[in-house]
Design a binder for this molecule. Structure first.
Ligand SMILES: Cc1cc2nc3c(=O)[nH]c(=O)nc-3n(C[C@H](O)[C@H](O)[C@H](O)COP(=O)(O)O)c2cc1C
Length: 315
């Protein structure tokens, strides 16, 4: 029996990764990161971003809203200061990138592909807290969504353009991270596939909000935020299933995965691998327990490889 999976040129020893922005080396004392299939870093941008005003997170029934706003110190700092600190990570490191236009995505992909440590790039086309401007001027998400702003993954041609730019700039495995804030996610997945993505990961968070009835104000400083956690799992499963029926490239399933049973549900719906996000805040060992659980499930059901389970949902 093997848990090994292939995503583009990536060979993962198991299909479990921690989702971007929800897990970092600081968990190292609690969890052996090297047991995961891959490590995905928090999304970085070309230049430093201060992120959104507080409050940035709020609990919701069976989930949470976050509006971090892609706070990060930028590409140079990542390459010079953050990457060297990841020297104890022996599993593939996947960088996550976001930009305000195709040129920025291309530059990020190019620079990262030259650092020997990065094994793949996840392009974040779907951060609900940092909308994209087709004219490339929007750099700050603190302002309310303007007329022309949207998430890249809400538009087929923008998705195509950004994936092509990253594809051109880097020969590494390219994973396009999609948004659930669309009518038909399969059209966006197809556009990413046609533009050269090696895989799609879905889903990022749903745009939502919370209200304080005493102050009569939105709870989050950014007004809206991204909903994650168990509340979104049924919709994520449906989206993975629909996408599996339309694209040939591997799908990485994300959305409310808390234990191995959730992971197996995503794999049955068509995921070749999965990512664990909000669960890390509840139980930092969630990903490790999921790997152990999937292994036991496969042994119990006499399944020899993940491939055998991927898409094996019965009608
Ligand atoms: C606090 C927080 C920060 C996040 N930051 C990022 C990020 O930097 N880049 C990204 O692609 N997704 C980010 N996400 C989205 C997650 O990677 C994931 O797609 C989403 O939370 C759904 O999975 P989950 O329900 O397991 O959390 C973030 C989510 C949370 C809760």
């Amino acid at each position: 029996m093997t848990l090994e999976v292939r995503i583009g040129k990536l060979r993962l020893k198991n299909p479990v990764m921690a989702a971007s922005g929800t897990f970092g080396p600081e968990y190292g004392e609690l969890v052996d990161i090297n047991k995961l299939g891959a490590y995905i870093a928090k999304t970085i941008t070309l230049n430093e971003r201060v992120g959104n005003p507080p409050p940035r997170v709020v609990d919701t029934p069976s989930g949470m809203l976050n509006a971090i706003g892609l706070e990060n110190k930028g590409l140079d700092d990542f390459v010079k200061n953050k990457l060297p600190k990841l020297k104890n990570i022996k599993i593939p490191i996947i960088a996550s990138i976001a930009g305000v236009n195709a040129a920025e995505f291309g530059k990020l992909a190019k620079v990262l592909s030259r650092t020997e440590r990065i094994a793949a790039i996840e392009i974040n086309l779907s951060c609900p807290n940092a909308p994209y401007s087709p004219r490339g001027r929007r750099a700050c998400p603190n302002v309310q969504h303007g007329k022309r702003d949207f998430l890249i993954a809400q538009n087929e041609s923008a998705t195509r353009q950004i994936v092509e730019a990253a594809r051109k700039a880097a020969s590494l495995t390219i994973i396009a991270k999609l948004s659930p804030n669309v009518t038909d996610i399969t059209r966006i997945a197809k556009a990413a596939e046609e533009a050269g993505a090696d895989a799609v990961s879905l889903i990022n968070t749903f745009i939502g909000m919370a209200v304080d009835i005493e102050t009569k104000r939105p709870v989050l400083g950014n007004v809206t935020g991204g909903l994650s956690g168990p509340a979104i799992k049924p919709i994520a499963l449906r989206m993975v299933r629909e996408t599996y029926e339309k694209v040939k490239i591997p799908i990485i399933g994300i959305g409310g995965i808390m234990d191995y049973k959730d992971a197996v549900e995503f794999i049955l719906c068509g995921a070749s691998a999965i990512q664990v996000g909000t669960a890390n805040f509840v139980n930092p060992r969630a990903s490790i327990e999921i790997i152990e659980g999937v292994k036991k499930y496969m042994a119990k059901h006499k399944i020899s490889g993940i491939k055998e389970l991927t898409g094996a949902l019965r009608k």
